[in-house]
Design a protein around this ligand. Structure first.
Ligand code: B12
Length: 363
């Protein structure tokens, strides 16, 4: 574990507090502009920002902090509509400069400081250049239509859920199933409808077009509609291959792992899905219990990469589990694609179809 990691782990609260106070000292207008609610959100965000910077430094992963900086400035500009966009950029740029100044006082060593400065400078550049005038995602993609069958179904599915029309959403999946022999496969329903819908829902939440209650509703509807396909999936012909999947660390995004398992079931695998946030020690005991050929660890938020690395190490250093094949995947690895090889993981691919193709060759 890096020195900076330890410092921020032990003193994160204090450091976040100092950065928070300096931001208000430096920019006198802020006190009038921010009510208590906004102040508390800002304080929470500072901790997220430091954690994200930490991951970028620890893993030499520029994209992690760049992606985060762009995501954050857009998120804030979509949530703080009463603020001029220029003002939001100004606050974020000040913020990265203040972090940079505060880190200099932490005695972190030249190498770490240099890396931090590079990530913070990149974040400043990305924030300055961010296009905050983009058209609302809902207008751009939510209510358009398509000639393509699968895309059309996916648009209908999302639109029905946005209108809380459960029956219509179910009807869309029935229509998709009616077309199974033609242009649509079960895999298409998972990737082209369920996964695509969830990604769009994320964009809509980020752009402020839907609120958290709508995201939660759609997530739970997609999960329950997905479950209705299980008889089709679980009753198919099975091989003797088994995969066990869960999310790593405190990662709560678990639908990716679920979809991965369902795709593997379609390909004839037996699956054991443990869900979200399984502690490493329980991953070990579950491997001993279920004896899978392959273990899949899923990470969406880069801040949980370190916990995933620890789980991989634990599996690899335990005599009873060290030979199991390990796959990792999820959004976080697309921002740090070099990590799976560095950790000695067997494979990292984009979805269940690709994982099955890999397993056919190597397991
Ligand atoms: C639903 C959702 C939630 C739900 C999750 C509920 C659940 N039961 O899973 C809840 C409400 C918990 C949630 C919380 C948060 N979320 Co959220 N969430 C989403 C959303 C909309 C959908 C996630 C999803 O299901 N995606 C669809 C699946 C199918 O895709 P996938 O995970 O990538 O998985 C596929 C592949 O990656 C791959 N794969 C995945 N794992 C593995 C593993 C292996 C081994 C392999 C081979 C392949 C593989 O196969 C999968 C299937 O094909 C996403 C948007 C998005 N783009 O994903 C945001 C999103 C991920 N969330 C986001 C955020 C910010 C948060 C919160 C921080 C919000 C907050 N302020 O509290 C928290 C953090 C929670 C935490 N501690 O983990 C951001 C992240 C942005 C960023 N820059 O990091 C996103 C991208 C939304 C956005 N566009 O802004 N979220």
């Amino acid at each position: 574990m890096s020195l900076l990691f330890e410092v921020i782990d032990n003193k994160k609260e204090k450091l976040a507090q100092k950065i928070f106070e300096r931001q208000f000292e430096y920019d006198k207008k802020l006190d009038d502009e921010y009510n208590d609610y906004r102040k508390s959100k800002m304080y929470r965000d500072i901790k997220y920002n430091l954690e994200s910077l930490e991951v970028a430094i620890k893993y030499d992963a520029n994209k992690v902090f760049e992606d985060y900086a762009l995501w954050l400035v857009k998120f804030l500009s979509n949530r703080m509509m009463d603020f001029p966009k220029k003002r939001i950029k100004e606050q974020m740029i000040d913020h990265y400069r203040i972090i940079s100044e505060e880190l200099k006082e932490e005695n972190l060593g030249r190498d770490y400081l240099q890396k931090a400065q590079i990530h913070l400078e990149n974040a400043i550049k990305i924030t300055e250049e961010a296009d905050l005038e983009e058209e609302s995602v809902k207008k751009a993609i939510g209510f358009s239509s398509s000639e393509n069958l699968l895309e059309g179904l996916s648009i209908r599915f999302l639109n029905s859920l946005l209108q809380a029309d459960r029956e219509e959403a179910q009807k869309v999946i029935e229509d998709a199933l009616d077309n199974l022999d033609n242009d649509v496969s079960l895999e298409d329903i998972y990737l082209g409808i369920f996964q695509k819908t969830m990604i769009r829902v994320g964009e809509l939440w980020h752009s402020g077009d839907i609120m958290v209650d709508e995201e939660h509703y759609i997530t739970s509807m997609v999960q329950s509609i997905m479950m209705q396909l299980w008889p089709k999936i679980f009753d198919g012909k099975k091989t003797d291959r088994k995969i066990m999947v869960c999310t790593a660390g405190n990662e709560l995004h678990e639908m990716g792992g679920r979809i991965l398992c369902d795709l593997m079931e379609i390909k004839g695998w037996n699956t054991v899905y443990l869900g979200a946030a399984v502690p490493a020690v329980n991953i070990i005991s579950a491997i001993k219990k279920h004896k899978p050929d392959l273990v899949g660890l899923s990470v969406t938020m880069p801040i949980y990469l370190e916990q995933c690395e620890r789980a991989v190490k634990k599996i690899r250093t335990n005599d009873s589990t060290k030979n199991v094949k390990i796959a990792v995947g999820g959004r976080a690895f697309s921002l740090a694609p070099h990590l799976p090889a560095e950790w000695g993981v067997d494979v990292s691919v984009n979805n269940g179809i690709e994982l099955n193709e890999w397993a056919e060759r190597y397991i």
